[in-house]
Design a binder for this molecule. Structure first.
Ligand code: NAD
Length: 510
């Protein structure tokens, strides 16, 4: 059946499929979604509430057979009607997916909050709206995409016409992390589908719920069977590695740790599959004495502590011009101490728990390591005590450190928690040198009121994204990605569409 027909006949199809689909619907928890069917095949692992550490559900773990079924379903889709679909048809479908997310907005928010512990205020203003926006953005971008053509001279004088058509890559694996689960998954799924690929997605084992809701939306709005498939599980030795290593996967789009990127690259090396990698960061902020002081403090509080520091773009290294260093540290520490750490659903909560016990332990280990390395702790530095069930949850305090040497591990390694280290600099040259002294290069922030300094410094910073007097302002059309160990390739706008399709040059002799 042509997919366009299915878009408008969803309700009829539901009636025909009837009871069986209703029984299989995953409303009681995470499920795989393969070839248009939900299932929970495989052993399960527990889903844990980060607020109090209780087990709240079970997640099926896909084995090799399940992953193989998903890849085959995707292959069938991409070699069938979906592979012949037009950009206009796919754009219409993407808009329906965006509508479908918005129709179930509250469910998506609740699921994201339950899995991650992030404040409702964040999930409802960033994560879920952005997920819908990702589909809308690529519906527009794929439709409005210009291609170039050239008329070339030929020896006989008749000439030739060259033009480019774009072909989807085929079956694309999308592997996502837990920090912005739906936002980052859809950031890849939307352009992959817009370009005409079929997708097998694997969300993080810690945050399977919104991906499952997304599969429900795909099912409801009439995404043809096999175009979007979902498998759950872990990384190494589990669904993640089985998927990226599957010979039927034509390309891998991955967001996560740099070390995982290395492992995935090894797994695709044999078959030379293209990769798009968004990896870790240890992002610097440079605060010059001529900056608007309050704006710089405010922006650094946001950039260090949003989502409990669990955003790849978060600032973990702050360099402040010496003339304002002491005042800046005092103001930042005061603001960090004032952040309200607590239940995600409570009004006014600034920071929820970290995502897991393992991650909480890792972050607290870094707090202790920093102290051993000679840090002075100006705010935080430990796990808060609430005197209730939250003490079994995964909370840590927002933390401000100073006094570490440039080669301290806490300055060099990504912690991915609500913590930043502040160090002084004396001039612009030193500021740029310190900022670039990292194996990572994802984002950097510059606070200055000097226009010429901003333009002078920004291009010297080894980062894929440089913000001046702001942080995390994102226009979805702009390139997004990192240099050095922070990534390979760029996403965003036409960059994603470039990755998810192959240009084919057609040369016609006139
Ligand atoms: P992670 O690398 O541990 O896991 C990410 C995903 O990869 C998960 O779905 C996991 O199951 C899977 N995975 C793990 N090992 C695998 C393997 N060998 N083969 C295939 N899949 C595998 O990362 P995380 O802890 O979920 O996320 C935090 C990390 O992500 C941080 O380093 C952060 O900086 C980074 N991140 C980067 C960006 C960016 O845009 N650059 C955005 C968000 C997060």
């Amino acid at each position: 059946m042509p997919f366009a027909v299915r878009i408008v006949s969803t309700s009829v199809e539901k009636e025909v499929v009837g009871v069986r689909e209703a029984e299989a619907a995953p409303r009681s928890g995470p499920a795989h979604y393969i070839g248009g069917r939900f299932d929970r095949e495989g052993t399960t692992f527990p889903l844990v509430n980060p607020v109090d550490g209780t087990v709240v559900g079970a997640v099926p773990e896909a084995g090799a057979g399940t992953v193989d079924r998903a890849v085959r379903a995707a292959r069938d889709a991409v070699t069938g009607d979906w592979g012949r679909s037009t950009a206009e048809e796919r754009g219409a479908l993407l808009r329906r997916i965006a509508d479908g997310i918005e129709d179930r907005f509250d469910e998506f928010v609740a699921a994201e909050v339950a899995d991650t512990g992030k404040p409702v205020s964040l999930a409802s203003t960033v994560d879920i709206p952005r997920a819908a926006a990702n589909f809308r953005a690529y519906a527009d971008l794929v439709w409005g995409r210009p291609e170039r053509s050239f008329t070339s001279p030929t020896p006989d004088g008749a000439g030739a016409l060259n033009y480019t058509v774009r072909r989807p890559l085929g079956v694309v694996a999308v592997v996502a992390p837990w920090n912005l689960p739906l936002l980052l998954l859809t950031w890849k799924v939307a352009p992959a589908l817009a370009a005409g690929n079929a997708v097998v997605a694997k969300p993080s084992e810690l945050t399977p719920s919104t991906a499952t809701l997304l599969a429900e939306v795909m099912d409801t709005v009439g995404v043809p069977p096999g175009v979007f498939n979902l498998v759950h599980g872990f990384g190494e030795g589990s669904a993640g590695a089985m998927l990226t290593g599957h010979p039927g996967v034509d390309a891998v789009a991955f967001t996560g740790e740099s070390a995982t990127g290395t492992a995935i690259m090894r797994s695709v090396a044999e078959r030379l599959a293209p990769v798009s990698f968004e990896l870790g960061g240890k992002n610097p902020a440079l605060v010059f004495a001529d900056a608007d002081f309050d704006a710089a403090v405010d922006g650094t509080v946001r950039s260090a502590f949003t989502n409990a520091g669990q955003v790849c773009l978060c600032t973990e290294r702050v360099y402040v011009e010496r003339a304002i260093f002491d005042d800046f540290v005092a103001a930042l520490a005061e603001r960090a101490r004032a952040l309200r750490v607590g239940r995600p659903e409570q009004d006014g909560t600034d920071m929820g728990p970290l995502v897991s016990a393992e991650h909480r332990d890792k972050v607290l280990d870094y707090y202790r390591l920093a102290e051993r390395e000679g840090a002075k702790t100006h705010a935080g530095g430990a796990a808060p005590r609430f005197g209730d069930e939250r003490d079994r949850g995964f909370f840590v305090e927002p933390t401000v450190l100073t006094g570490l040497a440039p080669d301290a591990r806490a300055v060099r390694e990504e912690i991915f928690g609500p913590v930043c280290h502040v160090a002084p600099f004396d001039d612009e040259v030193e500021a740029v040198r310190l900022a670039n002294d990292s194996k990572y290069g994802l984002a950097a922030t510059v606070w200055t009121s000097s226009l010429s300094r901003a333009h002078r410094v920004a291009p010297q910073l080894e980062a894929g994204i440089v913000w001046v007097n702001c942080w995390n302002l994102r226009d979805l059309r702009t390139p997004f990605g990192g240099v050095k160990a922070s990534g390979i390739g760029r996403e965003g706008g036409e960059h994603s569409l470039d990755f998810f399709s192959e240009p084919v040059n057609v040369c016609v002799k006139l």
